[in-house]
Design a protein around this ligand. Sequence first.
Ligand code: ZN
Length: 487
Amino acid sequence: MSDSHRLLIRGGAILSMDRLVGDFPTGDLLIEEGKIVAIAPRLDVDDAEVVDAAGMIVMPGFVDTHRHVWQTQLRGVAMDWSLFDYTVQMRTMYSVCYDPEDAYVGNYMGAIEALNAGVTTFIDHSHLQLSEDHTDGLAQGLLDAGIRGVFGYGVYRNPVYRPGDQDIDVDALKAELFGPLSSFHRANAERARDKYFPSNDGLLRFGIATSEFSAFSDMAPVLEEMAWCRTLQPARISAHIGVGVENELHIIEGLAKAGLLGEDLLLVHGAHLTDEEIRLVSEHGASISTTPETELQMGMGYPVAERFEAAGGHPSLGVDICSNVSGDMFAQMRLMLQTQRFRDYERAGHLPTRLDYPTRKILEMGTLGGARALGLESLVGSLTPGKQADIIMIRTDTVPMVAVNDPVAAVVFYAQSSDIHNVLVAGRFVKRDGRLVGVDWPSLRARTERSRDNIFRRLAQIPIEQVQAAWAGFYRLENDAEAAMLP
Ligand SMILES: [Zn+2]
């Protein structure tokens, strides 16, 4: 449809996620120029293209606040990994096996996966910036898919050794991994910003994914990097923090003291932050993304969402690694919700007679909460007149969904990506009648599998022991009985 085209979504069960708009058991929603202009039980409009929503749930697209999109063609490789395994293998071995074509395929396929699952907005914490060509592939992959969100240029220290190098010098590798922010990243980030995001107010925006501050030994480089980030005016600065492998720097306090703890900061994980640090984050308007599935698997601590909310923050959810978890938000919502309830009961210390954590709250976290965390609340996250028409329509006549007794329960507990019938971003269909729009699936599938094969072939040429040895000290495995257990 053209931008001026009017589209009327007719007769769906509307979950607006906006408390002022409310829900409608049956309602109509009018879209004009890519924006929502009206929602009501019945709209009398005769000049709009009608989309029949009878028997469907109509709601805002999901918002994912933490994902490493490039890993999409590596599904399942991380299924039995600890955080140590992940750091060694994904971040320091698989990454060097990607060429620019793999970078493009990972990000394009990953964004398509998100859209297919009704995730219309995400932030890509993209630490695969090995060269200018990799960066171009990563950015172009997201742009071609037409997803909304933030491309978070990652300044991670990617190793320079290549698959096939027989002797990786462990000390040299350590020096790279824990060294200063390179002039390559500074220049390449600025180049990408100017090339793809000159005004930085489009569907996809420029952001920064920071260094792993937990690897730093003093605050000076943290403060310097944060100040440098701000010179590029990123839509968001995404930073892993408080995962349990920590230095003693009190980074949050240090940032606050230096006036660098701002609303543009999106912290990720954070279970090991103190109450005082969480209070500071909330007070300064910064956000925290919780990724329940990876945090539970990799021992990163009890998900911080509840503590952040108690401190006045707006928690949000992230998928994190597509190399282990599906790219939809259903699993993250269910895991977070039931983990929270488990925690409540454990604290009560007796068999509960009531349940305090409502299901609707988790659906808010997966939509409006994410939009707030990304600073996109005025545009997306709820079905509100004036906001962008980022809308999903979920069938209720399918095997997993029949019979629906409560639409909130249906979405959180039963819906699957295959039940999502229509997905719109800014009023444009990206999935229609259950099929992705403008995607040559046989060709994309073949391209993704070919990329996977090439990555695995290169990976087989890397000796893992030397890479493990480079990370052992960071994980406090040096001179430890556990070090002897490394394969
Ligand atoms: Zn992450």
